[in-house]
Design a protein around this ligand. Structure first.
Ligand code: HAM
Length: 414
């Protein structure tokens, strides 16, 4: 009978067979980022609402429409985190990490929440993995974080991935550019979609993301910031590109690239995957040199990214088989139950994965079950106190020393 309750809209359960591919991904990420010296960090799943309003930005879709915000019993406004960067900058300041050797290199992974219209690859509770490199404005850091996501996707074997690269310049350059862009949009107001027209002065960059035909026509002749970069901004972008070239990471410069968060300055990037349909961005990020100051700290340059775990898994579309177990302890007679439990515990302590029948099956049923769970060997505890060891791959069976079963099991081939 179907259950009366279902997981809330836009959420999903991770069942054991799906948890296996997630675990492979999480291990690969910890490995790739760990090799580069990124240390794990975890922050709460909710924060003061103000942190995201300030950090992510009032004009963004995330803050305007997508946050799960609630009041706690003390009347404080809290929000389930829609992203990780603002929280990590909060933690950086709260724990005085500016006193550590810079940059501070952090790695995180966990659930995030956005009230979006659910579709394939877009959920209301989803998972991200990400890194943040805080305390340096060197283009080496930009290149490093981009390389690390590229390396992770490569190591996992994600097919059809492309990297798009852009630059927004410094805050000042961006401000000047936005005025030009607004002027261009106002000059063509009649050709724009209603949504874009209403937001010309709030968030003109989003016009680059529009699917509306009229808007696309207007954007084809719009000024782009990449073409207007000057001085140190232009040098920084050129250096990031040269470093990526040197590292053999291929990319396409996309002057129309925009991202849905307000904190970006200079480098922005997006990894897209052609297997994903409409929600094609697998991960993205960029530099956010003004965010820590915005949150009350000293000016502190930083760069990072986040990737959607579900999107990586969708693109991989693979099944990771269960690991099976080394030993199944079969109880041929009830009188051997206690010994079976003791032996199972000893095997596990010795690092051997071991299971025992918990369902009161007959011996035949236990063999069937051992087969089902992929047990490599079965230890049969016979009624007369003797023991047998069967190799499930070859079917070979031999007597085992009942006084030395852990050693027998650890001792390689049966
Ligand atoms: P973001 O682009 O908003 O950036 O999200 C990063 C990734 O999370 C996206 O590329 C996508 O794969 C995944 N994602 C976002 N929303 C959803 C959703 N509703 N369902 C499933 N997956 C989703 C950030 O969050 C920034 N904090 C990245 C960053 C880190 N920038 C600098 N440091």
């Amino acid at each position: 009978m179907a259950s009366k309750y279902q997981a809330p809209r836009g959420t999903f359960d991770v069942l054991p067979e799906q948890a296996r591919s997630r675990r492979r991904l999480e291990r690969a990420a910890a490995e790739v980022f760990g090799r580069a010296g990124y240390e794990p960090i975890a922050t709460p799943v909710f924060e003061d609402t103000d942190l995201f309003e300030r950090g992510v930005g009032q004009s963004t879709d995330i803050v305007r429409k997508e946050m799960f915000t609630f009041e706690d019993k003390g009347g404080r406004s809290l929000t389930l985190r829609p992203e990780g960067t603002a929280s990590i900058c909060r933690a950086y300041l709260e724990h005085g990490m500016q006193k550590l050797a810079q940059p501070v290199k952090l790695f995180y992974l966990g659930p995030f929440f956005r009230h979006e219209r659910p579709q394939a690859g877009r959920y209301r509770q989803f998972h991200q993995l990400g890194i943040e490199c805080i305390g340096t404005d060197s283009p080496l850091a930009d290149a490093e974080v981009i390389m690390l996501l590229s390396e992770l996707l490569g190591e996992l074997g994600v097919p059809g991935v492309e990297l798009r690269l852009g630059s927004l310049g410094s805050f000042e350059a961006r401000r000047a550019y936005l005025e030009d862009l607004k002027a261009h949009l106002h000059a063509h107001e009649g050709e724009l979609s209603k949504d874009v027209r209403e937001r010309i002065d709030i968030n003109p960059l989003r016009a680059f993301d529009s699917d509306d035909e009229g808007t696309r026509g207007v954007m084809a002749s719009a000024p782009t910031i990449v073409d207007q970069l000057e001085g140190e901004d232009a040098e920084h972008f050129a250096e990031v590109r040269a470093l990526l070239d040197a590292a053999g990471v291929s990319y396409a410069v996309d002057p129309t690239l925009v991202r849905g968060l307000d904190y970006y300055t200079r480098t922005i990037f997006s990894f897209v995957c052609d297997r994903l349909g409409a929600q094609s961005e697998i991960g993205g990020g960029g530099r956010y040199d003004g965010l820590i100051e915005q949150l009350g700290g000293q000016p502190t340059p930083a760069v990072g990214f986040a990737a959607g775990i579900e999107r990586i898994l969708l693109a991989l579309d693979e099944e990771v088989p269960a690991e099976g177990c080394d030993a199944f302890v079969a109880i041929a007679d009830e009188s051997r139950r206690q010994q079976a439990m003791t032996l199972t515990a000893q095997l596990r302590q010795a690092g051997v994965s071991a299971e025992v029948d918990l369902a009161g099956r007959g011996l035949k049923g236990q063999f069937k079950h051992a087969n089902r769970i992929g047990a490599r060997r079965v230890l049969i505890l016979e009624a007369d106190g003797s023991a047998q060891l069967r190799d499930m791959e070859t079917g070979e069976q031999r007597a085992a020393d009942p006084g030395n079963l852990v050693e027998e099991m650890k001792g390689g081939d049966s």
